[in-house]
Design a binder for this molecule. Structure first.
Ligand SMILES: Cc1cc2nc3c(=O)[nH]c(=O)nc-3n(C[C@H](O)[C@H](O)[C@H](O)COP(=O)(O)O)c2cc1C
Length: 280
């Protein structure tokens, strides 16, 4: 918004050669043609009322000029306006500081919109004013939310974690693994293990292609994280030849156990748990 004001000021400097009346008319036309709502308030008057609005603000909110001039801008607020944001604005205005935030506001007909609002104090000939610029970003926000929901969905498809037995979860990785996907896997699998009290987690990499040199080195990190949480990790879907190469990559002391198939891992887990029960 500051940039907008600076641009306007530059334009005003060019306009100075024109008569004052022409200057005002041109400036108003510029503000009215802008996509951004603009208002000016006068803090020297009771309750810091609006003394100017451009046409965009009027179109954006649905109020008439007469209805808003002389009023404090809080008439745009409603049930879903964040109380903390109102408090932040109150404090910034009292301290004569600039503030930018995105608020839930309401038009005259009651319909809500997301208002990207910037408030700036301006000193003109020793008198303080506030300039507020408002942009309706409802559309951008709903598009952003749709993208985020989509990304969540894609993430779930890329990391389908399933509980296949009590205490046992598997995740079958397909596609290409990269560092970012691996980091997401690490977080998701730890969350899942904690939430579902999983004791044995199996990562199957049969359908995975790998760009990096040492995938098992990465899985070692998940192994360590799960070990701290009291759970075990097994990696399946490894061919004997690959297992040999991975063995070379891994730390000699690594306890990470690999199997060729999920079934083999499961029978190992079953033996291990019945063995443990037998001992106890
Ligand atoms: C220049 C200016 C523009 C403002 N624009 C808005 C706005 O678009 N939407 C809004 O909810 N509040 C806006 N406000 C904030 C309210 O007018 C008011 O300052 C805020 O609600 C905190 O004060 P209160 O706790 O007394 O209500 C604006 C304030 C100023 C000074």
């Amino acid at each position: 918004m500051l940039r907008l004001l600076h641009e306007l000021k530059e334009e005003v400097d060019h306009l100075k050669e024109l008569t004052q009346e022409t200057q005002v008319t041109l400036l108003e036309a510029m503000l009215d043609g802008s996509k951004v709502g603009t208002i000016v308030t006068d803090p020297s008057q009771q309750d810091n009322p609006i003394i100017y609005t451009n046409r965009t603000f009027i179109e954006m909110t649905g109020y008439t000029q007469q209805e808003v001039i002389g009023k404090n801008c809080r008439f745009l607020q409603g049930p879903e306006t964040d109380k903390e944001d109102i408090e932040k604005m109150r404090k910034a205005i009292a301290a004569e500081e600039a503030i930018t935030l995105t608020l839930r506001n309401y038009r005259k007909d009651g319909s809500p919109f997301w208002n990207r609002l910037a408030i700036e104090p301006v000193q003109i000939e020793d008198k303080l004013y506030f300039i507020g610029t408002q942009t309706d970003i409802t559309l951008e926000r709903s598009q952003q939310q749709a993208i985020m929901a989509n990304e969540d969905e894609i993430e779930k498809l890329m990391l389908p974690i399933l509980s296949i037995q009590e205490n046992v979860a598997t995740v079958a990785l397909v596609g290409t693994m990269n560092l970012q996907r691996f980091e997401t896997l690490k977080v998701k699998i730890c969350e899942y293990v904690q939430e579902h009290r999983i004791e044995h987690a199996i990562i199957d990499i049969t359908g995975l292609s790998w760009n990096e040199k040492s995938p098992l080195y990465w899985f070692q990190q998940i192994y360590e994280a799960l070990r701290i949480m009291g759970s075990n990790l097994y990696v399946t879907g490894i061919s004997p030849a690959a297992a040999q190469q991975f063995a070379d990559d891994l730390d000699r002391n690594s306890q990470l156990i690999t199997f060729s198939t999920i079934e083999r891992a499961l029978s190992f887990i079953t033996q291990k748990t019945t063995g443990e029960n037998h001992f106890s």
